[in-house]
Structure formats: C-alpha cells, structure tokens
Design a protein around this ligand. Structure first.
Ligand code: BES
Ligand code: ZN
Ligand code: MG
Length: 481
C-alpha cells in the first residue's frame, strides 16, 4: 500500500475517511483537526471508544462540512512506536480500507509526541497492506484506497519506512513465489537487479563452484534440472573496516531428495529459501537507505530433487573446506548448502562476523513455534548486538547452547562428519555442523524455519511470508560502529 505524508488536513469531502489512532486517553485532536476536532472527539465519546489495544470502531461523520467516515483505532496503554506499528498493521487486516477513497490517518495528541510515532505508523500501514495476489484474477485482488496519507509524517521518516519496507516486501515476494517460477536461476536474476541500487553483484554457476570445490552444495542440486547458483552481493560504503557477512540458505524447493518428504505439506517447502530472501531483502534495504557500512550478502541457491542423478543416502561429498561429509539423510540439505557458502564467504572476504539465516530444521518449530528464531553463536558480543537489533526490530531471537557433546553426535563411520546427528536436539546438531566451517570467525546462525512463513496474521503483517530477518539484519548493520 502506498503511503504518503500530508502536512495538514486537505479539503474534505464525502470521499474521505479519517482514521484516528489513539491510546487510552480521550482523543485530543485540537492540534490536528482544527475547528472540527470537537465534533470528532464527541463521536468517540458517544461511541464509548476507550482506545484499548486491538479495538477499532467505524462511525459515519454526519456533519455537513465534514462528511465521510471516521475510524478509531485503539493503541492501548503505554503506547510506544511498537504498539503504534502493531495497531497500524492490524488496521489494514479487514476490509475497512478496501472500500475507502482518500484515507487520512492521524495520531491523537497522546501518541504524536512518542519517539518515531509517525514513522512507525507509516511502516505498520505498509507492512499490513502487503498482499501477494499477482496470480489471482483482477477482481479478486486487493484494491488499496485511492490515497493513504499520514498527517504530520516527515519526508525523512517516510523515506526511512519506504526503504525498509521495500526490502521486506522483496523478501516476502521471494518467499511467497511458487517454485516453478522462482527457480535458482530466476532467484539469481532477481537478486542481480540489486545492481540498480549500487550493489556489486557476482553470480557463480555450477562450473565455477566445482572449480572452487563446493562438493557439498553441488551435491544437493545434483538431482535437479535447474542449475545451482551462488550469488554474491557487495555493499562496501563503510571505508576500510572488515565487512559484516550475511549468508542465506536458498533451497528453492525441498522435496527432501531421495530421503523424500511425505506428500502432505510438501508444498510449503517453496519457503525453504527464506534465509536467502532475508539476506537479499536486507541488502536491498541497506542500499536504499544508503547506510555507511561494509556488508556482504552470499546466498546459495539450489533445488533439492529426487532423480536418477540425485545424491543417495550414504554418499560422501567433499566440502570446499576440504572436510568430507557422509550424507546420511538427503533431506538435511540446508547445512550442506550453507557450509560451502560459509567457507566461500570466510575465505574470500575475511568478514568481521558471519550471520547465516536458514529455514534449517523442523525441530526449531517444536522448540519455538512461530515466535522466535533459534540463535546459535560462538561469540557473546555478537549475540549482544543481535539481541539489541532484535529488541529494536521486533524480529525475536532466542539463544540455544552449543557444546562438544552435541558436536560429537555428528560422528561418521567413514567421513569427517555425518550430516545428521540422530533423533534429539536436531536444531542444535544442525548448528554444530555449521560451526565446523566457521573457524574462529565470530558467527551466529539463525534458524528461521518457524518465523519465515506463518499461516496466521501476525504482528508485522498478513499470513504467508513474513520477511523475518530483514529488519534484524538492517538494524545490526546500522548499529555497527
Ligand atoms: N527445509 C527443512 C526444514 C523445515 C521444516 C523448514 C519445516 C520449514 C518447515 C530442512 O531441509 C529439513 O528437511 N530438515 C530436516 C532435517 C532432518 C532430516 C535431520 C528436518 O527438520 O526434519
Ligand atoms: Zn530444507
Ligand atoms: Mg530438507
């Protein structure tokens, strides 16, 4: 949904809808609506609107000079930019805005002086107004209002929200796209468009990856008709300092391979590139915001298919690091993609830290549901920075332990390690596997299998792809000294 800013109330007609966000205090609109404020305040009082969080009330504005409709949106107690954003997301969920003409959104006085209140409101409207309906017939698509403007929103705050939202929208679109459209080469093509923003792009095909010795990543894509790709995105606007590196799992479709998944629910595995989408979306947002930092994004793009040429359970592959891996289960493929992408990133860029994001394990859904991403790290300072970014962004993380005992569960009969660790602690053994490739580089792994895609509307938007991780990475990059 396109949001614009308005310095003052426009000429008003029946086509207008006024949306008033208010906390528990009686809305005071004197500074906002001028001479019309008493009329609107009286409506709120008569409707007994109490401003509780999650409540909404729509009332016709019958006054001759000020027709149309007014909607009150409750933000609740102790409102801050987060509760304003959340209420804004919620206000877009029903069909309230669908039938509206020109919508003007205002913050009542008790809210408008909160830090970043207007920016949060604008971002919430954008996030909530997201739809993925390009494959529906025209009549069934979401029609946004003719215009949607936030009174008192500064151009700078609007631009900030727009830059962040464009990155989140890109990530959501990538995750929502079906796998027959968003193949590894198509994903690489879309990521390559970030060159328009000043990001330096490099795409490696199978030949180049074979030359580098990426046997683990290539083994996963071996059963697919589609060529595996590694995309490198470089944004180096931070001077001489070592870059921060983001690495994403991009399994465009995960059938499980020869260790094939059950039919029921397999269609959801179009989202198995959520890590790569978050990295791409974050790079987009960082470039659009013109952040003065050095950031590298690397995404490994493959399709995991069963086929006459597919890798078998029991195959041994040699990773780019030189370590060999016994592939006991071809469905534990994300770590095979990531280990080579991580080695490549470490060798090529000597980053100050690596953050990898992956829809890696079903087990993380058992632990954390859709609320938190699993966080695994070898570095407490990096965890502290991620916790700060998480607090700011609302992309929640929860740290898990890593120990030698868990690491020993990866022992293989024939190779340096197996790609699975047995029945228990599946998210941790997956992380232990990755840790074998990071050396002493500060590293954090985010298992986003539960947060990249949800089946119910959530605090940041409608059901489907969430864009999880984009805001977290942007805040992490922005918070870097
Ligand atoms: N892509 C899946 C993980 C996943 C599950 C993502 C549910 C989103 C929702 C991953 O490749 C996978 O299949 N993992 C296996 C690992 C197991 C074989 C050790 C799993 O979680 O079952
Ligand atoms: Zn997978
Ligand atoms: Mg799998």
């Amino acid at each position: 949904m396109n949001v614009t800013s308005l310095p003052m109330l426009p000429d008003w007609n029946h086509d207008h809808m006024l949306v008033v966000f208010t906390g528990l205090e009686r809305p005071d609109l004197a500074n906002i609506l001028g001479g019309r404020h008493e009329h609107v305040e009286r409506l709120a009082a008569r409707a007994k609107f109490d401003g509780k969080s999650g409540t909404m009330k729509s009332i016709p504005l019958l006054d001759d000079g000020f027709p149309g409709e007014v909607v009150f949106v409750g933000v609740g107690n102790d409102a801050d930019h987060k509760s304003i954003e959340k209420a804004a997301v919620k206000s877009t969920a029903g069909d309230m805005l669908k039938k509206a003409g020109n919508v003007v959104v205002v913050l009542a006085n008790d809210l408008s002086d909160k830090p970043n209140a207007h920016g949060a409101l604008a971002l919430g409207l954008m996030l909530g107004g997201y739809r993925f309906d390009i494959y529906r017939k025209e009549a069934d698509r979401f029609t946004p209002p003719k215009s949607l403007s936030v009174l008192g929103l500064t151009t700078a705050d609007l631009q900030k929200a727009e830059a962040l939202y464009a990155g989140i929208k890109l990530a959501r679109d990538l995750v929502n796209e079906p796998a027959n459209i968003l193949t590894p080469p198509e994903f690489a093509k879309r990521a390559s468009k970030l060159a328009d923003l000043g990001i330096d792009i490099e795409v490696l095909g199978e030949k180049q990856m074979a030359d580098l010795g990426m046997g683990a990543l290539l083994g996963v894509g071996q059963g697919s008709e589609l060529e595996s790709q590694l995309v490198v995105m470089k944004w180096l606007k931070g001077g001489e300092e070592a870059p921060l590196a983001f690495v994403g799992k991009g399994v465009c479709f995960d059938t499980g391979g020869i260790s094939i998944k059950p039919a029921s629910g397999m269609e959801e595995m179009t989202m198995d590139m959520g890590g790569a989408a978050a990295v791409t979306g974050a790079m987009h947002a960082i470039a659009t915001s013109d952040l003065a930092c050095n950031v590298i994004g690397v995404i490994g793009l493959v399709e995991n298919m069963p086929d006459g040429r597919a890798q078998r359970p029991g195959d041994v592959v040699t990773s780019m690091s030189g370590q060999t891996i016994e592939v006991l289960n071809t469905d534990a493929e994300g770590r095979l993609v990531l280990c080579d992408a991580i080695t490549f990133t470490k060798d090529r860029f000597q980053p100050s830290a690596i953050i990898d994001l992956a829809t890696l394990t079903g087990a993380i859904l058992v632990s954390l549901g859709h609320e938190y991403a699993g966080l695994f790290s070898n570095n407490d300072d990096l965890v502290a920075r991620l916790n700060t970014a998480s607090e700011q962004s609302g992309d929640r993380v929860w740290r898990f332990p890593l120990t030698e005992k868990f690491d020993s569960m990866l022992r293989s009969r024939v190779a340096d390690m197996a790609n699975i660790g047995g029945r228990w602690a599946g998210s941790i053994t997956a992380a232990q596997f990755l840790q074998r490739f990071v050396g002493d580089t500060p590293w954090a792994h985010l298992d986003i299998a539960g947060t990249a895609y949800v089946k119910e509307p959530h605090d940041q938007g409608p059901k489907g792809a969430t864009g999880y991780g984009v805001r977290l990475l942007v805040d992490l990059a922005a918070g870097k000294k």
